[in-house]
Write a protein that binds this ligand. Structure first.
Ligand SMILES: Cc1cc2nc3c(=O)[nH]c(=O)nc-3n(C[C@H](O)[C@H](O)[C@H](O)COP(=O)(O)OP(=O)(O)OC[C@H]3O[C@@H](n4cnc5c(N)ncnc54)[C@H](O)[C@@H]3O)c2cc1C
Length: 339
């Protein structure tokens, strides 16, 4: 079977399917500069934060089989609540340990995945999937590879291409949408009180987080809207500072928003937390991120397309994908042939 998409969803789905005994080929483009925005990888830019003892345990289970995947202890520090803001940071961050808060470092994860996938028996092909169509009892994929166009016949397909999923199967439910998320990335942790939290493994987020509220309103938007959730997280040896989120009406991601305007919005939002954060020298980067209105991701067979499965549109992806990947693999193993 073929899994399309080499981010968090596609990679963990491929691992779970291989662990169930399926022969899996994972199709994702080789990372290169100047790649079209719909092929960008949201996983690479993420804070990687996760919460909940079951999620933490699912990552521990994965690491027990695959080796280190970048799971790190972390605490959550929230700002913007008059009562919480009076407490010392250590006291504020402490309860998040009880809630199974942690993070997966995306750089470490993306470096660890290729050997973990190979060890599980997953074949990886660098390819952009240009189209898929029913073919006999299965599917035929049209690929762009380094050596030119190719086709791949396969019995089943898992669509885990994040923001690129709808372009491959336009009939996916309307609740699947795309936001544009932008952050500053810094290779080192600069001085200053907020970055110092990242040095201690803390993820900083606003007490009233606006992104889920904007995503929840996506279906009723009449014009594009954007918000800033001022926060930061450790990343590799450096820092990721964000995030500005833009959501458009409709189901298409549209062209990338103007990066200069988005960076200015982000810096204006950061200025309200601390002018020093707004003045940080870092690279602005933005990616499209798939999400589902209502919060329920697409996990399961695609109606009317036997052998096609969807695995995308996650909110709290780092918390949910490891468990959902196991559920997907179990459902595919239990499905009668031709489903
Ligand atoms: C700044 C930021 C902070 C975030 N913080 C958190 C957080 O703290 N916790 C959390 O849980 N989530 C967070 N998220 C969200 C989370 O990162 C995403 O939901 C998750 O990484 C999505 O994974 P994915 O595999 O579905 O998509 P992606 O990572 O986007 O992967 C999709 C893959 O599909 C490939 N693809 C697309 N089209 C094709 C095609 N035609 N052919 C072949 N391959 C294709 C792409 O190249 C890409 O590799 C954050 C996101 C951002 C941007």
């Amino acid at each position: 079977m073929a899994v399309i998409g080499g981010g968090l969803a596609g990679s963990l789905a491929a691992l779970a399917l291989a662990h169930r005994g399926f022969a899996v080929i994972l199709l994702a483009p080789a990372p290169r500069d100047g790649e079209p925005p719909e092929l960008a990888n949201a996983t690479a830019l993420s804070y990687g934060a996760l919460a909940g003892p079951a999620s933490w345990q699912a990552w521990l289970d994965l690491e027990a089989v695959c080796g280190p995947l970048g799971l790190r202890p972390a605490t959550l520090l929230r700002h913007g609540d008059p009562w919480l803001d009076r407490l010392p940071a250590a006291l504020q961050a402490w309860p998040s340990r009880l809630l199974g808060f942690g993070r997966v470092d995306p750089t470490a994860l993306l470096a660890a995945l290729p050997p973990a996938l190979a060890a599980a028996g997953v074949r990886r092909q660098s390819a952009v999937v240009r189209g898929l169509e029913p073919h006999g009892p299965g599917w035929r994929l049209a690929l762009d590879t380094a050596t030119g166009p190719a086709t791949l016949p396969t019995n089943q397909v898992v669509l885990a291409a994040g923001a690129g999923s709808r372009a491959l199967w336009p009939g996916l439910p309307d609740r699947l949408r795309v936001s544009w998320a932008g952050v500053l990335t810094l290779p080192n942790v600069p001085p200053g009180p907020w970055p110092a939290h990242a040095r201690r493994g803390r993820v900083v987020q606003p007490f009233r987080w606006q992104r889920p509220l904007l995503e929840a309103r996506a279906a009723s938007l009449e014009q594009e809207e954007w918000i800033v959730d001022a926060g930061l997280a450790p990343r590799d040896d450096g820092l990721v500072v964000g995030q500005v989120t833009l959501v458009r009406p409709g189901i298409e991601p549209g062209p990338p928003p103007d990066p200069a305007a988005m960076e200015e919005r982000l810096r204006a939002g950061l200025r309200q937390l601390d002018p020093a954060l707004a003045a940080l020298v870092g690279s602005y980067r933005q990616v499209p991120v798939a999400f589902c209105v209502g919060g329920e991701p697409l996990v399961g067979p695609v109606p009317g397309a036997p052998g096609l499965w969807a695995f995308t549109g996650f909110s709290a992806a780092f918390s949910r994908v490891p468990l959902a990947a196991r559920q997907l693999a179990a459902a595919m193993a239990a499905a009668p042939p031709g489903c």
